[in-house]
Design a protein around this ligand. Structure first.
Ligand code: PAF
Length: 283
């Protein structure tokens, strides 16, 4: 496995594979790799001949009061995980390599970024889409792999690729969970053992919603109240949002008529966690 830090070297490494007729899979990450990333890498390996993993903590997607400085960074540990998972190339540029000049060109997806996390993290998705557009231009993958846990990100990126005719396919892979149901995330590292136990209430709340939908409840205010009730079992959980939205527009709905996305963001102490499920009244 090669670790490359410059765009030029990454381009030549990928070009070598392409010249041999190999397909290129890409897993963009901010490092602090965990089982969720490993499953993305493994899926990429099954589908593509050469797998590139980028590790770049992208400053443009963090707000001024967010965790950019304390975001976990461990290139050595991440490299071991990538090697074991079977990735071929790690692209680990520094900030100057990715942003040598003050950036004045942005890629922004409208509408889909207004609700859910977009409402609470202004500018976040603009940073994500811009860095992903840059990374896609650098790596030129056939397929890029994203996790369902960051569902709004995946939907926004899919739309960017479609609207801008970017020549790649976006694959969205299932959320990996701890035994407790807690969605695996790099930010789980910030949680104490007792906070981790409380964080399991997030999936319990989503499960409660799924159960109620299964029993025929379709009224979104009843469903969100019930989820708030589950989260209320811990006094340390502060709900940022619990939303039930249309799976395509990501706009709030009052009633579930077929498929809907149930998504939430909560804070436990200073740690912000997100999770989601898709429910379907026809199931
Ligand atoms: O999901 C992430 O880790 C990041 O948002 C991404 C897609 C790597 C862009 O920085």
């Amino acid at each position: 496995m090669d670790i490359v830090k410059t765009i030029d070297l990454l381009r030549s490494a990928v070009q070598k594979g392409r010249a041999e007729g190999k397909s290129i899979g890409f897993v963009p990450t901010m490092g602090a790799l965990h089982k969720g990333h490993v499953s993305l890498i493994e899926t990429a390996i099954k589908k593509c001949d050469v797998v590139v993993v980028s590790i770049f903590v992208n400053p443009t997607q963090f707000g001024p009061n967010e965790d950019l400085d304390k975001y976990p960074r461990d290139l050595e540990g991440d490299a071991k995980i990538c090697e074991q998972a079977g990735a071929d190339i790690i692209f680990a540029p520094d900030v100057n390599e990715m942003y040598p000049d003050k950036i004045i060109t942005w890629v922004e997806v409208e509408g889909l970024t207004n609700n859910l996390c977009g409402k609470f993290r202004p500018g976040h998705f603009k940073g994500v889409t811009t860095v992903c557009a840059k990374l896609f231009n650098i790596v030129c993958p056939d397929t890029a792999f994203f996790g369902q846990k960051d569902v709004q990100q995946a939907i926004v990126i899919k739309r960017m690729v479609k609207d801008l005719n970017m020549p790649l396919e976006i694959k969205v892979c299932p959320t990996m969970r701890e035994e407790s149901g807690l969605a695996i995330s790099s930010r789980n590292q910030y949680l104490s053992e007792s906070e981790k136990k409380e964080a399991a209430l997030i999936y319990a709340a989503l499960g409660k919603c799924e159960g109620m939908v299964g029993e025929g409840v379709s009224d979104c205010s009843k469903l969100t109240d019930a989820m708030r009730g589950v989260l209320g079992k811990s006094p340390n959980i502060n709900v940022e949002y619990i939303s039930i939205v249309d799976i395509e527009t990501l706009e709030d709905i009052d009633n579930i008529t077929s498929k809907a996305l149930v998504a939430m963001a909560v804070k436990i102490g200073a740690t912000r966690l997100i999770d989601n499920i898709i429910v379907d009244t026809n199931k």
